[in-house]
Design a protein around this ligand. Structure first.
Ligand code: MN
Length: 495
């Protein structure tokens, strides 16, 4: 096993974070020290000190532009589960908000995906309902990004497969809905690599082969483009070269039966400009020097994609026999394509807000609405005018609740359901022999209304039988049907 002796440096988190105050830094140092202390001796399956995992999770969050409590929760996300501390201790040091985030992350960790694609949508909804705070989902995504990156080192094939499936069917779509386009692509590629190693390797080889053939004219096109832009007086732009995500190319090639020679965005040049005006000027510069391919000019700045993606795409003849796609966007659009809504979510007094800097507030609202976060515009609320909008949590599943079996399997029930409904939903025999119920470890009466997230355990006795009272207490037609049948059977035995 490889042993890595270097130690994570908190400065690495500070240097990638977007806007930390001195107080934020004090908080993060405290979380760093606490987590290092708890995880200090543990070694991860990769051979590294376990502490690297929460550290890199937190560093991902800092890079996404998340707030300090979320970054702290990233550092602390495994201390209660794996470490030598208690929820009370963490609460006494770091307060309710951070414990709430850490707790949310461990609850999500208990939801297991069985790999059935038809269940994926309901599990994604369950994730959202369980998380209660959009930041919990983003912390879980940052955690998953690191886990997926280090998955090759995992000794168990079965576990690697499950994590890869979960990454593809649950996490990548969630990242997509948050506008984290780049992260969605990375997650899909990591999953693809483990789920279809052969196809993955083949597609990577195709990309490299095309890239090596085209590199010469892409590089000379890039130099010429840079010169032309500079000579027009536009400065401080960045031009970089990007390869298409492997999974997305694979889908394009196989699902649409396309020939890779006809795919012009295997390698693209990306121009990051200072503002929208410059983007259009750069488009003009390109089209006056190189002939564009008809039908390949897409203005996603004027007409953003449904997910909110913005950029201008054009594909031109490079003049030396090649064809190059160029994508032009502002810094802001670039950041948004990387991290979606993450940099704009902040909290104050236990409530979430969208920050003022958020450029596409309507879009963020649409995205959050998909997550069941309703936004009420209340300009001038809160004393700080940093905040434009306050988010109120609404229940996406107004009429449904999710409760858990002792093995953490989620059970979907109507809002006023009781332990009787729970038992009959699992199995009629469990219902018919129920003698009592525990909710979150405490004995309760059978007419107790269950609440979202409750852990329910049914106690049985062979001699126990349903009664007329149960029939009145049950809320689901399924439970009533079984109780009626059982009561009729008892009646007929008496006769
Ligand atoms: Mn973790």
């Amino acid at each position: 096993m490889r042993m890595i002796l270097t130690e994570p440096d908190i400065q690495d988190i500070f240097s990638v974070a977007h806007d930390l105050s001195d107080d934020d830094k004090i908080l993060l140092r405290k979380a760093y020290d606490f987590s290092k202390n708890i995880h200090g001796g543990e070694v991860r399956f990769t051979g590294e000190s376990f502490f690297w995992h929460p550290f890199l999770t937190a560093k991902n969050l800092a890079e996404y532009g998340m707030d300090a409590p979320s970054i702290a929760a990233g550092l602390l996300h495994d201390v209660i589960e794996d470490g030598d501390t208690s929820e009370e201790e963490v609460r006494s040091i770091f307060g309710d908000e951070i414990v709430f985030l850490v707790d949310g992350v461990s609850k999500l960790g208990k939801l297991k995906y069985q790999g059935l694609e038809r269940h994926a949508e309901s599990l994604r909804k369950l994730f959202i309902a369980t998380a209660k705070d959009i930041r919990v989902i983003i912390i879980k995504i940052a955690d998953r990004v690191h886990n997926a990156q280090t998955l090759s080192g995992h000794p168990k094939l079965e576990k690697r497969q499950r994590i890869a499936l979960e990454t593809r069917d649950i996490y990548a779509p969630l990242a997509d809905r948050l506008g984290m386009v780049k992260i969605r692509g990375d997650l899909n590629d990591l999953a693809f690599m483990h789920l279809n190693p052969h196809e993955y390797a083949q597609t990577v080889a195709q990309i490299h082969e095309k890239r090596s053939r085209e590199d010469r004219y892409i590089q000379s096109f890039r130099r010429a483009l840079e010169q032309k832009i500079n000579s027009c007086g536009i400065e401080n732009i960045e031009i970089s070269c990007h390869e298409k995500h492997v999974y997305s190319l694979y889908k394009k090639l196989t699902l649409t039966h396309m020939d890779i020679e006809k795919v012009y965005d295997v390698t693209v040049l990306r121009v990051v400009a200072n503002d929208v005006d410059e983007c259009y000027r750069i488009l003009g510069i390109i089209h006056s020097a190189w002939k564009p391919l008809p039908g390949y000019i897409k203005d996603y700045i004027a007409l953003p994609k449904p997910g909110g993606y913005q950029s201008i795409h054009t594909t031109v003849f490079s003049g030396d026999g090649g064809i190059v796609e160029v994508q032009i966007r502002t810094r802001q659009m670039h950041r948004d394509a990387m991290y979606g809504i993450a940099p704009y979510i902040r909290s104050s007094g236990g409530r979430l807000y969208i920050t003022r800097e958020c450029p596409e507030r309507d879009l963020v609202i649409t995205r959050l609405a998909q997550f069941g976060e309703l936004i009420e515009w209340q300009k001038g609320i809160a004393h700080s005018d940093e905040f434009l909008a306050e988010l109120h949590k609404v229940d996406l599943f107004r009429d449904r609740i999710f409760v858990f079996t002792p093995k953490s399997d989620p059970i979907d029930l109507p809002v006023d359901a009781t332990p009787i409904d729970f038992a009959y939903t699992i199995h009629s025999d469990l219902g018919n022999h129920m003698s009592g119920a525990r909710v979150n470890g405490k004995m309760v009466s059978l007419d107790t209304e269950l609440r979202n997230g409750d852990m329910v355990e049914i106690i049985t006795k062979t001699s126990a039988k349903p009664s007329r009272k149960w029939y009145d207490m049950a809320k689901t037609s399924m439970a009533r049907k079984h109780i009626r049948a059982a009561l009729a059977a008892i009646e007929s035995q008496k006769r």
